[in-house]
Unconditional design. Structure first.
Length: 331
């Protein structure tokens, strides 16, 4: 079973020292790629444009940043394949299975929210969200050196000045990135373990948004009590991209209702004991607080569903998080 703290497809932190960047050199192509190039026996098709069947959804998700999303798709199809972050057979379905499927989550995020993506791997969903929503402040948490090298180079290559890359497991970076409005994860770990790793990185009133599959209902029934014990509220299923993609993306939303005291669980993840502090009723308040601090760079109406995370009560916990973020990548 994949541990999202280690990145999708890995069982533990690696010690591989990353080599020089293998991002393709600039060419006469406007994006810097030669679409007819090849890597070994893998012919690299031009994946910068979404396939016809998902074009409408891609335009809705990425808007005027669609070309930037195409640039990321090309990075995944080339360097991502070379470094083993993406399987060669995934290349033809990058837009459908990865970019659009992750991007539709953006409708759940309030404007200007701080986001931590746990086990970011190849930047899914973290970099996709950063492309779709330049107003978000996103931290990618990934323990593997070769993956953080790719993420750092991709952030620079795409000019994403709203992204920070942090190397470490979720439980190791609590002092650096705790207090986020939203914590995301895209992995197959059981929901209680996922909540145990991710909720400590959220502020009280913040949310875990976990991309899940068809088993989401079953997992909620199985792990509801365990999630409550570690400070999470009642898990809710949110379907994203209804009317745009079929099937829509399944996201499990868990609100962090109270702060917990750090401990160590038998399951290997972080466990927390209640400190007795209940969440204020205002943590599900309006999105006005989030909108008020927005940089207003992403614009508007597409992001309306995220208001529940606004919460006036939990903002103070997040305001002090800047001190530990010295790795900030700014283009």
């Amino acid at each position: 079973m994949t541990d999202p703290r280690f990145g999708a497809g890995d069982l533990g932190p690696g010690v591989t020292t990353p080599g020089p960047s293998s991002f393709p050199a600039a060419s006469s192509s406007p994006s810097g790629f030669d679409p007819s190039s090849s890597i070994g026996d893998l012919s690299v098709v031009d994946v910068r444009q979404p396939p016809a069947e998902v074009t409408a959804a891609a335009v809705e998700v990425f808007g005027d940043r669609l070309a930037l999303a195409g640039r990321f798709a090309q990075l995944l199809a080339t360097d991502g394949v070379v470094r083993g972050l993406i399987g060669p057979r995934e290349t033809p379905r990058l837009w459908e299975r990865h970019l659009v499927n992750c991007g539709v989550m953006a409708q759940l995020f309030p404007i200007g929210a701080s986001v931590v993506d746990v086990g970011s791997g190849a930047g899914l969903p973290g970099i996709v969200l950063a492309v779709a929503r330049p107003d978000l402040d996103i931290t990618l948490v990934e323990p593997l050196a070769r993956r953080t090298a790719f993420l750092t180079e991709a952030v620079d290559e795409l000019g994403l000045d709203n992204v920070t890359v942090v190397r470490g497991r979720a439980e190791e970076v609590i002092g650096q990135v705790a207090g986020a409005d939203i914590v995301t994860a895209r992995a197959v770990a059981a929901l209680d373990r996922l909540a145990g790793w991710c909720l400590p990185l959220a502020r009280v009133g913040g949310r875990l948004l976990a991309l899940k599959g068809a088993s989401a209902d079953e997992e909620i029934g199985e792990h509801r009590a365990g999630i409550e014990r570690i400070g999470g509220g009642e898990p809710q299923i949110r379907l994203c991209g209804v009317g745009l993609i079929d099937p829509p993306a399944t996201v499990v939303e868990i609100v962090k209702e109270r702060e917990m005291e750090v401990g160590r669980g038998r399951s290997g993840g972080s466990s927390r004991r209640s400190s007795g502090a209940a969440a204020d009723g205002s943590v599900r308040g309006s999105a006005g607080n989030a909108a008020g601090r927005s940089r207003q760079s992403g614009g508007g109406g597409r992001y309306g569903q995220g208001g529940r995370a606004g919460g006036s009560g939990g903002r103070a916990a997040g305001e002090g998080r800047g001190g530990g973020r010295g790795n900030k990548r700014r283009g």
